[in-house]
Design a protein around this ligand. Structure first.
Ligand code: NAP
Length: 348
């Protein structure tokens, strides 16, 4: 069977991870990536054997440095079925209007955007545990942000098992990604924004329109991971062991025992991932601390951690198969993505 031909526009934190994941999938071919800056990222792609494309008015900048590009973004788009846009938030709309839309309308291209775009950019917003089937009717998909992906994974799983009446969550956000040197952790806790709800609740509703959810968010001086304090009211009474049993059915959610393992911080989660030689120390699984899970009657409360750089990668891979209408989607896709990326094997 022919492979799904994929291109990735944007080779930053998210784009380079998606590109590597696509290249690993047995049913996909990474045809090329698009870069606009001729820098070390170009050399990394070249060393990995990934063809690099750029936009027309940047070709000379690459030439000046002796960096060979395969062609323009238009040349790449002609050779692929699916473009994954991982440009900075807001640029996805620009690229959609300038490059993708014409081809999408002709049925020659499908597109995936990231969570920095407004939901109107695509036919649907997506999470594999919530609305994977909707991808089969879409020509474009927006993968919600890292924080929203973390919230949706656990809300959808618990909603299916017990029914979720309402969710209230506080999001403690990392200040910047580790590679960022233009902004940094500042010695402060910043309200983000000062009002409640933060945009995360609205983002969850782009996938679960009827859920009663409100969120608050603050930014703290760390680059490693986000942490969420999640409070839910369920439709039935639950015990802690029932919650743990249910969550253990899902590879993309890992329940970690802080007392047993000593992993009681994001730093230790990251260190364990480094010690396990995980690529880039990525942790695409949502991590829930077992010890934090608290229940009383219908109430549930717990703490979870989100690795912002990698949690959306498996969702992008599944969304590609949804757009390509792959046989056995979504269950076969989720299984294949998890097994190729080694998801669910983190300390357990
Ligand atoms: N970082 C996270 O924690 C995270 C998590 C989940 C979702 N997201 C979302 O994923 C998307 C990408 O974020 P990111 O963190 O990967 O961004 P990033 O690290 O800044 O990378 C963005 C890439 O887009 C490229 N790009 C293409 N056109 C551009 C233009 N006209 N101007 C500037 N750069 C352009 C840049 O290329 P060059 O390298 O050639 O300059 C850069 O590699 C955003 O929607 C974001 O909200 C981010």
């Amino acid at each position: 069977m022919s492979k799904i031909r994929v291109g990735v526009n944007g080779y930053g934190t998210i784009g380079k991870r998606i590109a590597d994941a696509v290249a690993k999938m047995p049913d996909m071919e990474l045809v090329g990536i698009v870069k606009v800056t001729p820098d070390y990222g170009y050399l990394v792609a070249e060393q990995k054997g990934i063809p690099v494309y750029t936009i027309k008015d940047r070709i000379d900048k690459f030439k000046d440095k002796g960096f060979k590009v395969e062609g323009t973004i238009e040349d790449l788009l002609e050779q692929i079925e699916i473009i994954v846009d991982a440009t900075p938030g807001g640029y996805g709309f620009y690229y959609k209007e300038k490059y993708y839309e014409k081809l999408i309308n002709k049925g020659k291209l499908k597109a995936i955007y990231q969570g920095g775009e407004k939901s109107e950019v695509a036919d649907i917003s997506f999470n594999a545990y919530c609305n994977a089937e909707e991808a089969l009717k879409a020509n474009s998909i927006r993968i919600v942000s890292c924080n929203t992906t973390g919230l949706l994974r656990v809300i959808c799983v618990l909603n299916n098992a017990f029914g979720v009446e309402k969710v209230r969550a506080t999001i403690i956000r990392r200040a910047a990604d580790p590679k960022e040197d233009k902004r940094g952790p500042v010695n402060s806790v910043k309200l983000n924004p000062p009002k409640i709800p933060s945009h995360h609740a609205l983002d969850v509703k782009t996938v679960m329109p009827n859920i009663d959810i409100e969120t608050a968010a603050v930014i703290v001086p760390t680059t490693l991971m986000h942490v969420h304090s999640v409070y839910m009211v369920l439709k039935t009474k639950v015990r802690v062991d029932e919650i743990i049993d249910e969550l253990s059915n899902y590879n993309r959610i890992l329940v970690i025992d802080a007392e047993k393992t000593g992993i009681d911080s994001t730093a230790k989660i990251v260190e364990a991932a480094r010690d396990l030689l995980r690529s880039r120390y990525d942790i695409p699984e949502l991590i829930i601390w077992k010890d934090s899970i608290y229940t009383r009657e219908n109430e549930l409360w717990f703490l979870q951690a989100v690795h912002q750089e990698s949690i959306v990668v498996p969702e992008n891979i599944d969304a590609i198969r949804g757009l390509a209408r792959t046989d056995g989607y979504p269950d076969k896709s989720i299984k294949l993505t998890d097994s190729v990326l080694g998801i669910g094997k983190f300390l357990g």
